[in-house]
Every structure is written in structure tokens, then in C-alpha cells.
Design a binder for this molecule. Structure first.
Ligand code: NDP
Length: 338
């Protein structure tokens, strides 16, 4: 069956400007870290991509190492793209990244120009794309000069292999330095991608080297912020409150940093149960409240969710319908999270 996108797709989503750039991102973006690899069902993830686009999600986030195995998510995305989305390329914002281990030897990970340029070439081949919209350095490299990694991003943009540059997982001081170098090179950083959720608050903590937290640094630098794992990989939903479903991320025992049983201790489940009651009072699901809680801050350009089904994604998208919190609700949330 061929795919035709829903005509009303842009009326269903809100869009936010990424920093001081020309780019608007959907308030909710879809990430392909999990659920798009070899063990996953093509019919399910193809449907999930349709659901995303039909509901105004224009941004799809990948990385060289997403799978499993590494590279497989890009291959699978490329297949669905070729089949269904070629006609919509100019309506889509596709990103990929490099930084983590991809191939053996000294040029297969971290932040050298050699690695970043060749990794993007490989990603483009796997996806069957001529360019990506955003190319990220996936994690800071303690050994490569920052100037070299940023020069690689600048080069890639000048070559037209990516339209914009981004960084991910950089602490506030390194991010500030990276933004400055990119600005000087004439390729301003479009966006930073940190982990942020009710259970992971590092972006709010002051970085002593710059006396600011990451959210303040991106805001002052005119850079956007797209936050990953907003549901703490599914922990910030009601799914683990009555045990471990076999088809969940924990139940499936996935490799490479996916949530495991160790992440589900009594204390955290107790907090989630209390948050879940609060979400019910707001007429939201736990997942929706966790996403809304992030979107209440206008410095957050987009919330980057994962989804193992279309139904889940639809549930998450509906979070945009209520992102306002009363002072009492915010206080109650902080009390629960203490
Ligand atoms: P989430 O925190 O959104 O977790 C997604 C998981 O939560 C799903 O697979 C599903 O779990 C569950 N879920 C999603 N929606 C719902 C819902 N409405 N109701 C109930 N359960 C739900 O994000 P991810 O950890 O998947 O990360 C999202 C994206 O962020 C990645 O795909 C990637 O693009 C990016 N990322 C970036 C990183 C970086 O270093 N830059 C690192 C990690 C992620 P289940 O499978 O159990 O059904």
C-alpha cells in the first residue's frame, strides 16, 4: 500500500523556533534509537513513522549507532523513506550523529575530523539520502581538540552533507566553548541535545566553570534545545507500576544502554506511582504529564520521544494539549521527586 500523508497534519502540532535560527521544530520529535532495529517489526515501525508525519511530526532523529545492530535503524529508516517519504523530503528534518563506537581502529569513534566526516558519509549511504538536516557531534571527546571536532561540523555543512550542526551530551562549559567556535567559523550551532526528564535534571544544575546551567547557556547563545529520553525510557509511564510487561523495553532485555531491571527500584516506582495520581487529576496519562512538564519551559524547543507503537506515539503527542501547570502542581511534583 502506498502512503499519502494526512492533509491536515500541520494543524495537529505546535512548532517552536530553534534558538535564534530560521528552523521551527515540532514540540514533539520522534527518535529511532530503539524500536527500529533488526529485531523489530517493519510493519510496526513503518506505521509509527506514518503516524508521526500524519500528526505534524516533521523531525526524525537518528545516529550512526542506532539499531541493534549499529547502523540498522538508519538502514530501516532509509527503506521506509524510499517507499513512502521521498515526495515529502523537503517537509522533513532528518538528523544523525557520530561520536560513539562504530568500527574498529583509531578512527571509529569520538571526535576526530577523520571519524566524523567518514561516519556521516556512511550514514548517508545507509539512509539513501543526499544530505541530512542536522549533523551532531554525539558526545564530547576529552582527547581531540574541540576546534577540530567543530571544524569537522563546519566542513560538513559547507560541503552540503548537512544543513545545520548540533552537539549532544556536552556539559555547559564545553557547550559554550563549542558555540563560540562554531559562531566564529560561520556555522552557528542550531541545537543542543541533552538528556532531560523529571528524573534526570543535570541541565538545571549550575556548571561552576561558567557559573550557569546548560539551559541558561543555550538560551543566551541563541541555540535550540531538544531533550532526549523524556520518559526516562518508559519509566515515567504507568507501565512498570504493576510489574514488568514482557513487551516493554525492560522486559525485552535490550542491549546498549537500554533501561534494565536495575533501573526499577522501589523508591523510583513509588515516586512514579505518586506522579501518576497527579497526572490523573490533570486528565493526562503519566507519559503526557512528563512530556508537558518539559514543554512548559519555552527554552525547550522539542521533546524527543521514542515509541514502540503508533498508539503510544499518539498518546505522547496529545501531551501538547495541556502544558500549563499551576504553582501547586509544580510544588507537588517537586515534593514527590525529592
Ligand atoms: P523515551 O524516554 O521517550 O522512551 C521511549 C519508550 O517509552 C518507548 O520505547 C516505550 O517503551 C515508552 N513509551 C513511549 N511513549 C509512551 C507512552 N505514551 N505511554 C507509555 N509508554 C510509552 O525516549 P528514548 O529513551 O527512546 O529516547 C528518545 C530518543 O532520544 C531516541 O530515539 C534518540 O533519538 C534520542 N536519544 C539520544 C541520545 C543521545 O545521546 N543524544 C541517547 C538516547 C536517546 P516500551 O518500548 O517499553 O514500550
Amino acid at each position: 500500500m502506498s502512503y499519502t500523508a494526512a492533509a491536515d497534519r500541520y494543524s495537529k502540532m505546535q512548532y517552536r523556533r530553534s534558538g535564534k535560527s530560521g528552523i521551527m521544530l515540532p514540540a514533539i520529535s520522534l527518535g529511532l534509537w530503539q524500536n527500529f532495529g533488526e529485531p523489530d517489526d517493519m510493519n510496526v515501525f513503518r506505521q509509527t513513522l506514518h503516524t508521526a508525519f500524519d500528526n505534524g511530526i516533521t523531525h526524525f532523529d537518528l545516529a550512526n549507532n542506532y539499531g541493534p545492530p549499529a547502523g540498522e535503524a538508519e538502514i530501516n529508516f532509509g527503506k521506509v523513506f524510499k517507499q513512502d517519504f521521498t515526495a515529502y523530503r523537503d517537509e522533513m528534518l532528518i538528523s544523525t550523529k557520530a561520536g560513539y563506537y562504530m568500527w574498529p581502529g583509531p578512527y571509529g569513534e569520538w571526535g576526530s575530523k577523520k571519524y566524523l566526516v567518514s561516519s556521516l558519509d556512511q550514514s548517508l549511504k545507509r539512509m539513501g539520502l543526499e544530505y541530512v538536516d542536522i549533523f551532531y557531534h554525539h558526545r564530547p571527546d576529552p582527547n581531540t581538540p574541540l576546534e577540530e571536532s567543530m571544524a569537522a561540523l563546519d566542513l560538513i555543512v559547507r560541503q552540503g552533507k548537512a544543513l545545520y550542526a548540533g552537539i549532544s551530551n556536552y556539559p555547559a562549559d564545553k557547550a559554550a566553548a563549542a558555540f563560540k567556535i562554531l559562531q566564529q567559523l560561520g556555522t552557528p550551532c542550531l541545537i543542543h541535545q541533552p538528556k532531560y526528564s523529571m528524573l534526570e535534571r543535570w541541565v538545571e544544575k549550575k556548571n561552576d566553570a561558567v557559573n550557569k546551567n546548560l539551559l541558561e547557556v543555550v538560551d543566551e547563545s541563541g541555540v535550540g534545545c531538544i531533550v532526549f529520553s523524556p520518559l526516562a525510557q518508559g519509566l515515567l509511564t504507568d507501565k512498570y507500576l504493576k510489574g514488568i510487561p514482557a513487551d516493554s523495553r525492560v522486559g525485552r532485555k535490550l542491549p546498549n544502554g537500554a533501561l534494565t531491571e536495575n533501573g526499577l527500584n522501589e523508591s523510583v516506582l513509588h515516586k512514579v506511582a505518586a506522579l501518576n495520581e497527579l497526572a490523573k487529576k490533570r486528565n493526562q496519562t503519566m507519559a503526557q504529564m512528563a512530556i508537558a512538564w518539559l514543554l512548559k519551559d519555552q527554552r525547550i524547543t522539542s521533546v524527543l520521544v521514542g515509541a514502540s507503537s503508533s498508539a503510544q506515539l499518539l498518546n505522547s503527542i496529545a501531551a501538547v494539549n495541556n502544558i500549563d501547570f499551576t504553582a501547586e502542581e509544580l510544588y507537588a511534583i517537586e515534593e514527590i521527586l525529592k
